[in-house]
Design a protein around this ligand. Structure first.
Ligand SMILES: C[S@@+](CC[C@H](N)C(=O)[O-])C[C@H]1O[C@@H](n2cnc3c(N)ncnc32)[C@H](O)[C@@H]1O
Length: 227
């Protein structure tokens, strides 16, 4: 049997080229095919834009549409798997790009399930997460000492129990509910949008957050903290 290709899942960081790791760049450079997700059909891929200066003309680029949380997402992931499988069977190495880290709320995780079921070789390259990047943008610590850090999507905001340090991700169109909960539980918070990318914003008040809704936002919330 001829050689099969390897799938590399690559976390490309929050968006800025400077936050790509050397390992991510070196892995992208050695792959035959680069696959990058886009949130909109025919739209730009943030992950691709982040790395495009390191992709050469002889590398094949495929921008795949993954609708965020829509019912046809499962089918799109399976279609992407079939596309990737074709390249792997042809002996080509494939780089699948994800924003932030590949193992944090990423489409790559769903894809990997199919790839592993078929026993293809895979390697995952870590990336700087959006919450680590956003903490530095806002100059706000994430967690300290013996405290836990809770990372929660907007739809599960009521998971917060006695934590002092919380990160809320993926809360587009749930801003009001999330902020009501945080206000009620006595949190201070800051919202960071598009960290390290064009359009980066730091929003410090409830009004600013509600007037500047953007999917690429996260909230860092603290209570009873001296930091
Ligand atoms: C599908 S998750 C991807 C998470 C990513 N894999 C990571 O490691 O950060 C998308 C969510 O990540 C957050 N996000 C991603 N990039 C961001 C950025 N540059 N600035 C602020 N939040 C970001 C937002 O909460 C967004 O709704």
């Amino acid at each position: 049997m001829s050689k099969l290709g390897t799938l590399y899942g690559i976390g490309v960081g929050p968006g800025g080229e400077e936050l790509l790791t050397l390992k991510a760049i070196r892995t992208i450079e050695k792959c035959d095919v680069i696959i990058a997700p886009s949130a909109m059909n025919g739209g730009v891929s943030i992950a691709y834009e982040t790395c495009k200066n390191f992709i050469k003309e002889n590398q094949e680029v495929v921008i795949s549409h993954f609708p965020m949380g829509k019912p046809d997402k499962e089918k799109k992931v399976f279609d992407a798997f079939k596309t990737i499988e074709k390249y792997l069977k042809d002996g080509k190495d494939v780089a699948f790009l994800t924003i932030g880290d590949a193992f944090v709320y990423s489409t790559y995780i769903y894809l990997l399930k199919y790839i592993k079921e078929q026993d293809y070789k895979t390697e995952t390259i870590p990336g700087i997460t959006s919450f680590c990047a956003s903490a530095t943008v806002a100059d706000k610590i994430l967690v300290i000492g013996d405290e836990p850090l809770l990372i929660v999507p907007g739809c599960r905001i009521d998971c917060i129990k006695d934590e002092k340090y919380v990160v809320i991700m993926k809360f587009y169109n749930q801003e009001e509910n999330v902020l009501n909960y945080l206000d009620e539980k006595g949190f201070d918070y800051v919202c960071v949008q598009r960290a390290y990318r064009e359009g980066e914003k730091i929003l410090n008040t409830r009004e600013e957050i509600l007037n500047n809704k953007d999917y690429m936002s996260l909230i860092i919330a603290h209570r009873d903290s001296e930091f």
